[in-house]
Design a protein. Structure first.
Ligand code: C2E
Ligand code: MG
Ligand code: MG
Length: 459
């Protein structure tokens, strides 16, 4: 265990000092797990020390309690090593709450000479919980944080103990008090340092994303979309960030962060302009002039004042047939469900722009969206693809979704098709449009254009 801990500390130090080693989201997890492991490790050493001490003093009740909390801490460490990070942290937080409270109530009784110290462990648990909450919010997490803070305030402000308390001797509290205070302070320092590292990573990521825009590090990749006779009908443009040091950063590592930091409207604007330029070029070539181009629009970009007018202005400026542009929105936008959002959609739709509901079936899919919104396409999420082949219930669900879509005169596209079996299954279920690795991964525009003769041969 000590070996892993040392390795972790070396990793923190190196990621801190060698700035070029950053890799965004995973680092955030890494900082948190290291802080959690470090705190639990310190707790374990502390418990072990007192277990041996109280065993020599033959104070068996405290020894049993120490052993119990040591075992729980070991289990939480095991959970973190198994990547069950939230569960591990919640459990260690539980130890950091219950252990000090029991000590404050029964053993660590304040006297005139010696104040109580066990409650000093409570803030360490609360900060750790807060770090975990930022990563994985949960109700239980909030409850544990609030309880830790409330207990800290209570035990700091009062010398309350229960009548059946068995106060530790002054002798033990004399030395133990100093040790406990040092250990608790160290744990608080580790948690605060971790928080500061996280903020630093976030700040550097915001800067890097801004730089990416100005230094033209973003690219659009294009993934083919085909119909049931495998004719190319269009493409989805997918954003890629080509970082000069780290290469291509996975979308899951930077798009959610860009959304959190409010950068998506700016990035989305760039995507929109690029898409219009591509459509303008496609319009000039015989083999591409009928293709549609889908782009993903994030919720805060869509909700920008004048978003809809900007789209129409761009289409006019680049002289593009509006029906060639498909705006993919997710149910997050649909959930906003306010009048202005429906007005924006109606405005775009009246001007001929197509709207598509992306990742259909994954969120709070409500059929009322389809009734209220001028959607022309639904995209069935790829999580359904293999499930529909393996499991009868998923198959029935997908068949139902496809039927409803078709009955409402919507185009139904399924994404994430990787095998001919999946293609045939969805084609037989009535799906009309398809996208997936079977016909090509997202690729640079130049490669997409090179692939066109291959698709034309199939017609
Ligand atoms: P999405 O719009 O649902 O895009 C489909 C994702 O599935 C893409 O991941 C694509 O590479 C992947 N994919 C396509 N076919 C297959 C397949 O056969 N098998 C598997 N396993 N995966 C397949 P990507 O490019 O990483 O994008 C992920 C998400 O990031 C997108 O999901 C979209 O929500 C978001 N995104 C991408 N580009 C943009 C953008 O320009 N703006 C906004 N707001 N979001 C974007
Ligand atoms: Mg999409
Ligand atoms: Mg999708």
């Amino acid at each position: 265990m000590a070996k892993y801990f040392t390795v972790d500390l070396v990793m923190v130090a190196s990621s801190y000092f060698k700035k070029q080693k950053k890799n965004y989201h995973p680092v955030k997890d890494q900082q948190l797990t290291i802080a959690a492991k470090a705190n639990i490790f310190i707790c374990l050493i502390f418990c072990l020390f007192w277990t041996i001490y109280f065993a020599f003093a033959q104070m068996w009740l405290i020894v049993y309690m120490d052993v119990f909390f040591t075992l729980v801490s070991l289990f939480s460490l095991f959970l973190i090593y198994k990547r069950r990070i939230s569960a591990g942290i919640l459990l260690s937080q539980f130890v950091l709450l219950v252990f000090p409270v029991i000590f404050c109530l029964f053993l660590d009784v304040a006297t005139i000479d010696r104040p109580r110290v066990a409650h000093l462990f409570l803030p360490a648990g609360a900060i750790l919980g807060y770090l975990n909450y930022r990563r994985d919010p949960s109700f239980l997490q909030v409850v544990l944080i609030l309880l830790s803070i409330a207990c800290f305030i209570f035990f700091s402000g009062s010398s309350f103990t229960i009548d059946s308390a068995i106060p530790l001797s002054e002798n033990i509290r004399d030395h133990g008090g100093w040790i406990a205070t040092c250990v608790a302070t160290l744990m608080i320092c580790i948690s605060i340092y971790t928080m500061q590292l996280e903020i630093q990573i976030e700040n550097s990521m915001v800067q890097d994303l801004r730089l990416a825009l100005s230094k033209k590090q973003f690219e659009l990749f294009f993934q083919p979309q085909i119909n049931s006779s495998e004719t190319l009908i269009g493409a989805e443009a997918l954003l890629r960030w080509h970082h000069p040091d780290l290469g291509y950063i996975p979308t899951k590592d930077f798009i959610p962060a860009a959304e959190t930091f409010g950068l998506m409207p700016e990035i989305g604007e760039w995507v929109l302009v690029q898409a219009c330029k591509v459509l303008q070029d496609w319009n000039k070539q015989e083999e591409t002039k009928d293709l549609t181009l889908s782009i993903n629009i994030s919720a805060d970009h869509f909700m920008q004042p004048n978003f809809e007018q900007t789209v129409i202005d761009l289409l006019q400026r680049y002289d593009i047939n509006p029906s060639r542009l498909i705006l993919e929105i997710t149910e997050t936008i649909a959930l906003i469900n306010c009048v202005s959002m429906i007005e924006k959609m109606n405005f775009l739709s009246k001007h001929g722009v197509q709207l598509s509901l992306d990742d259909f079936g994954t969120g709070y899919s409500s059929l009322s969206y389809l009734q209220k919104m001028p959607i022309s396409q639904i995209k069935i999420d790829r999580s359904f693809v293999q499930a529909a082949l393996d499991d009868k219930r998923s198959n029935k669900l997908v068949t139902g979704i496809i039927k409803i879509g078709l009955d409402l005169n919507l185009r139904v596209l399924v994404e994430g098709i990787e095998t001919p079996e999946q293609f045939n299954a969805f084609k037989n279920n009535g799906c009309t449009e398809f996208q997936g690795y079977l016909w090509g991964c997202p690729m640079p525009l130049i490669d997409f254009i090179k692939q066109l003769p291959h698709f034309n041969k199939k017609v």
